[in-house]
Design a protein around this ligand. Sequence first.
Ligand SMILES: Nc1ncnc2c1ncn2[C@@H]1O[C@H](COP(=O)(O)OP(=O)(O)O)[C@@H](O)[C@H]1O
Ligand SMILES: [Mg+2]
Length: 317
Amino acid sequence: MRKHDFDFDRLDEQPARRKSRRARFDDEPEPSRRGRLTEEERVRLAHQRADAYTETAIPGGGDRWSTWADGEQGPHPRPSWVITQLAAVDTELGVLKTGKEADVHLVRRGLPDGPQSLLTAKRYRSNEHRMFHRDAGYLEGRRMRRSREMRAIETRTAFGRNLIAEQWAVAEFAALSRLWSAGVPVPYPVQRSGTELLLEFIGDEDGTAAPRLAQVRTDEDGLRDLWYQLVSALETMAAHGLAHGDLSAYNLMVHHGRLVLIDLPQVVDIVANPRGLEFLDRDVRNAASWFAARGLPPEVLDPDALVGELRQAAGLP
Ligand SMILES: Nc1ncnc2c1ncn2[C@@H]1O[C@H](COP(=O)(O)OP(=O)(O)O)[C@@H](O)[C@H]1O
Ligand SMILES: [Mg+2]
């Protein structure tokens, strides 16, 4: 090879190579867009990258290895359908609902040729607008959105916001674990890792989710039965000193006639929380007015009597 050929080649090659590198970098997110990558997305990407380095590919077209070993696990006795094998894989089947505070997905966990189960993945978002404030003795939930505290939280780092999202996940997992153990009809809380809860899927084996109470059409007998299921659940909660805190026809599911309470991160301690009774009262009135609007007679409902009974069950005068 003659000397000048070599030199020309190199001179030609270098800028071209640099150009193609630059083009690749230009495709990557800009610094301003990277700011929007939430902490939990970062964690999930890190998991994916770690999975990519393991020798074996994830079998059966799964999206990740089971995260069973990574997180806090649900209470005992554990239902027999809970899959604890570490060789299981999780496959994303789709979105059940997206919201401001959390996204809810359908996930299948199982062994390629073994047992499988459907799970609900509730993933709290870091950019949510709820404030976590249990220690101050109150939780305003969605009504806090415009307050000074909310704006302060919005100026926090992605990391700080992720911590707040994780606190909501921790709180909901604890509430579900406690209520499930007390016999309240709630989805079995399988596990929590970071901002993600994995819950029993309330629905059919083909992945059809149960309707929320708000979407249920039934006759008076059906309504009466659902109301008494709700009363019974509220009584058990009150006996443990708890109120739902955000009870509505949207946070109740009905699976083949069985009422299930969901969405419990803000569960309220009726006794310790200075506004506990206020929340209890609001829960009962919200639910009763929905049933009344659907045609359940007032003598069946009697919200005043129910609030009194629940106060008593909680040990309050
Ligand atoms: N365990 C579950 N099984 C099936 N669907 C669920 C389950 N949990 C939640 N969903 C669906 O996701 C929706 C949102 O869940 P929810 O816990 O109420 O969160 P949020 O209202 O804070 O977004 C529910 O209304 C319901 O349709
Ligand atoms: Mg809800």
